[in-house]
Every structure is written in C-alpha cells, then in structure tokens.
Design a protein around this ligand. Structure first.
Ligand SMILES: [Zn+2]
Length: 251
C-alpha cells in the first residue's frame, strides 16, 4: 500500500468501559465500518473482571475472569473486524473513581496518536452504568482538548433513540446506521463473549433465529459541539469531500 492510500484510510476510535460493550451495544456498526475498510481501534478501560456472569455453568472465578474476558474480547474483535485493541488497565467498576484529569490525558494522547475521523464513546448521562458514564465524560473532554469538533458520537442502547425527544434530543441529532448486513458478525461476537452470553439462550439458537433478536439499526448521538448532520445514515459526514480527494489522488 502506498502512502496516498494509507493517508486516505478512514479511522474510527471506540472508547468503552468493558469487554462486550462494543459488541452488545454497537457491534453491527463496528462490523459494518470494518467491512468497508475503516481502520478501527477499540479501547476498553477495564477487563470486566467484576462481572457477575461467570459462564453457564460457571467456568470462571474472580482469579481467572480477567484473562478470560480479555481473550473473549480479542475473539470478538476478530469477529467484528476491529484491528487494534488497547486496554487502559483500570479496575472494573472503578472508572468513576479514577482521577478525571489523568484519564482524560491518557485518552487525549490516544486521539493524537491514532488521529481518528470518528470517535465513539458513551454518553455521560445516558451511559447506564457508572463506568460507562465516566469513560464517556473523559473521552468527551479529551476529544475537545485535542482540538476536535466533528466526529464525536455517543452510542445508545437498542431502539431508545427511535424517540430521541424522550432524552432531550431531536431526530436531527441522531445517525441511524443500517446494520442489517452485519448481523452475522455481531452474533459471532456475541458468542465470542461466551461467559457473558452463555446464559442467554437466544444467543445459541440457530443463527437465523438468533439474529431476529437484533435490530436492523443502531443509533448514534451526535456530540453537542458538532455541526448539523447532513447524512443521517452515516457516521462519516465528510464522505463526499473524502471521495473527491481520493479520486484526485488516483488521477
Ligand atoms: Zn459495560
């Protein structure tokens, strides 16, 4: 690959709290963009070692769970097409107690190093778990400190953003990604997180039946500072200018 092509590769950085956040919440989105050639880096703040699910029947304990969940996350990344995985080595269930300044600084360094077009993280109020909210808050601060305005999105659960008004947003704040062509990858990643998904019988039904549990869409919330969304079905808002630039290089 020559330098022109390398510089043209689109990059996405996802900063989450636990192994499985990436799959259970936005696995279809990650699989879709990976399939389109986007270079995806996933940051997991913790190894999820305080999780209550230990497999079914349990095959893990407090001593073995961290390494097992790390391995399961690596397998899930392979299923989704996530190229690189970075752990922040924070203890599970303590992200909210980590010094905010140092956590923000660590993420800011990653943003500078990776130089992503898109950053995904949790919404600091709608994250649903203290670790989620804390990593989202720090990532938002890091993004802003890195001098970025565009490209920060918050992941959301299931179809909650079908009615964004309930959460103080409007339809104009939401990107609705059609993930229907990537549900097999999402299901494979669910199964890779075996100790968490094993107890959910539907995950282990025949593929076609299991996949009926997934929505066709995943919903991302635009960060407050970003310009209005022009393409409500794609995270990469500058796609057109990007395509023109690539065409120019190829000529
Ligand atoms: Zn989580």
């Amino acid at each position: 690959m020559n330098n022109d092509n390398q510089s043209a590769a689109r990059k996405l950085l996802a900063v989450f709290a636990h192994p499985d956040d990436e799959t259970f919440i936005c696995g279809g989105t990650l699989a879709k963009y990976a399939a389109e050639g986007v270079d995806i880096t996933l940051v997991s703040a913790t190894r999820g070692e305080m999780g209550r699910r230990m497999g079914n029947p349990p095959y893990l304990n407090r001593e073995t769970i961290a390494a097992a969940r790390e391995q399961e996350l690596r397998e899930a990344c392979d299923c989704l097409g996530v190229r690189e995985l970075i752990f922040l080595d924070i203890r599970d269930k303590t992200v909210e107690f980590i010094d905010e300044e140092s956590l923000t600084a660590r993420i800011e360094i990653l943003i500078h190093e990776i130089d992503p077009d898109i950053v995904l993280t949790f919404h600091e109020q709608l994250g649903g778990h203290p670790d989620h909210c804390a990593i989202g808050k720090a990532t938002k601060a890091a993004f802003s400190r890195a001098g970025r305005r565009e490209g920060l999105y918050y992941i959301s659960f299931g179809g909650m953003m079908e009615v964004p008004e309930r959460y103080g947003y409007t339809r104009e704040d939401i990107v609705k990604v059609n993930v229907s062509g990537h549900l097999e990858a999402k299901l494979a990643a669910f199964r890779a997180h075996r100790c968490q998904s094993e107890i959910d019988e539907w995950v282990w039904l025949p593929d076609a039946e299991a996949m009926t549990r997934f929505g066709e869409y995943e919903y991302l919330i635009k960060s407050e500072e970003a310009a209005p969304i022009v393409n409500a079905s794609d995270l990469f808002q500058a796609e057109d200018s990007h395509a023109v630039l690539v065409a120019g290089v190829n000529l």
